[in-house]
Design a protein around this ligand. Structure first.
Ligand code: FAD
Ligand code: NAP
Length: 338
């Protein structure tokens, strides 16, 4: 039984399929396309990779917001098969093709200098570090086979009836992936020949997408979001750049700082409205700044529960430890960070 006790504004989430394909018995898909998806020339490489999953349990059985697993070939440093890595599905529920047979994802190459991960790691080791699976995925060519598992995740999905809610989507970097699928699902709809077409209704609720990137050139799917905001007056797209000056001459900022700056003229009433759901995806820790602001401005009701232990601590004095252990998101605040 789901949602036996239903609080004001709490979303009813759809039943979703999960773990139809386990990593121990992966299915095989075929890469359909693989192209860069940043706005401009950047030091990072992020790709939009489309994979045909026809004939597998995954076909027609995933939802926007869910993830799937990729099993890179080869053995790890201990001689064991490489473990599965999760990637967000960047497609709407009907996939890239309208029939749920082709899904897209948004891998970013992990390219770095080595840095200590454990106390025992030497500080002096700064050789090149290449992530296994992200680079494997980004290297794939159309026609290549890829082993996968999934789908995974049941909380980070759109509610059964989106018209009952307004949406605040907060992304950093590749955390934008699920919001591509969700925005297409809410606003664009499936193609005419799609089995999802008959039941689809355009969502007229307010949808705010706040996307955090280091530089303008790092923005992902920027053309799509601009296009959607041009054609749908209920959709608002806000790129937030951390390492460049703003148009008004102000300093670069993070997503929560943007929200705080625009609370008065834009977000205060939205956040106080029980219709609103917050979805956060991207860098681990990006939710902390938002939680502090919600607490400080008296906007946490409905999105946060605060442990009695810190009931007397003013939100501006919440420590990292408090935020990690004592402040919890409610069902109106969906978080997918790592
Ligand atoms: P790995 O080979 O696994 O290396 C990463 C590991 O190496 C880290 O765990 C860390 O322990 C260590 N490490 C990292 N940096 C260094 C360094 N500089 N020096 C030494 N060691 C280091 N990623 C995306 O790009 N797009 C997505 O849409 C996406 N969606 C995700 C959805 C979910 C639900 C989750 C949990 C993760 C998602 N990820 C996504 C992340 C993805 O799963 C991988 O973690 C990421 O691609 C890195 O994997 P890799 O195999 O390339 O790196
Ligand atoms: P990126 O391009 O480097 O962008 C991250 C942006 O967030 C930068 O502007 C960064 O600013 C800013 N930032 C840093 N700390 C922040 C904070 N505390 N609060 C708000 N913003 C902050 O990002 P990326 O390399 O793609 O990384 C995105 C992360 O999302 C990765 O960790 C990835 O694994 C994760 N991800 C998660 C999921 C999921 O869980 N489903 C899906 C996809 C991606 P500065 O760099 O200027 O400080």
């Amino acid at each position: 039984m789901k949602n036996a006790v239903h609080l004001v504004g709490e979303p009813t989430l759809p039943e979703v399929k999960m773990h139809l394909i386990p990593p121990t018995a992966p299915a095989h898909g075929t890469v359909v396309s693989n192209g860069l998806c940043m706005k401009g020339k950047s030091a990072s490489f992020v790709r939009h990779v489309c994979i045909d999953v026809s004939g597998t349990e995954m076909a027609g059985n995933f939802r926007s917001g869910q993830s799937f697993g990729v099993l890179p070939p080869g053995l790890d440093a201990f001689g064991k098969p490489e473990k599965v890595r999760l990637y967000s599905i960047a497609s709407p529920t009907w996939g890239e093709d309208g029939h749920g047979r082709v899904l897209a994802t948004t891998p970013k190459r992990l390219i770095s200098e080595r840095s200590p991960q454990r106390k025992s790691d030497p500080l002096s080791d700064h050789r090149l570090f290449l992530g296994v699976c992200s680079n494997y995925l980004c290297d794939l060519q159309p026609g290549d086979s890829v082993s996968f598992s999934g789908p995974a995740g049941k909380r980070f999905v759109l509610p059964e009836d989106p018209s009952q809610h307004d949406f605040l989507f907060l992304a950093t970097g590749t955390g934008i992936a699920p919001f591509r699928g969700m925005a297409m699902e809410l606003l664009q709809g499936p193609p005419a020949d799609s089995p999802w077409r008959a039941d689809w209704k355009k969502c007229t609720s307010r949808i705010e997408l706040v996307m955090g990137s280091p530089y303008t050139t790092d923005l992902l799917y920027d053309d799509l979001f601009k296009e959607l905001s041009l054609h749908h007056s209920n959709f608002h797209y806000h790129p937030v750049i951390s390492r460049e000056l703003r148009n008004d001459g102000g300093k670069g900022e993070y997503t929560h700082q943007f929200l705080e700056r625009r609370l008065g003229d834009h977000y205060d009433s939205m956040l106080r409205n029980p219709r609103t759901l917050i979805y956060i995806c991207g860098l681990a820790g990006m939710q902390m700044g938002l939680f502090r602001i919600l607490g400080e401005k008296g906007l946490g009701t409905g999105y946060l529960t605060v442990d009695e232990v810190i009931a007397d601590v003013p939100p501006r004095e919440w420590t990292e430890e408090h935020l990690k252990r004592r402040v919890r998101p409610t069902h109106r605040c969906m978080i997918e960070v790592y």
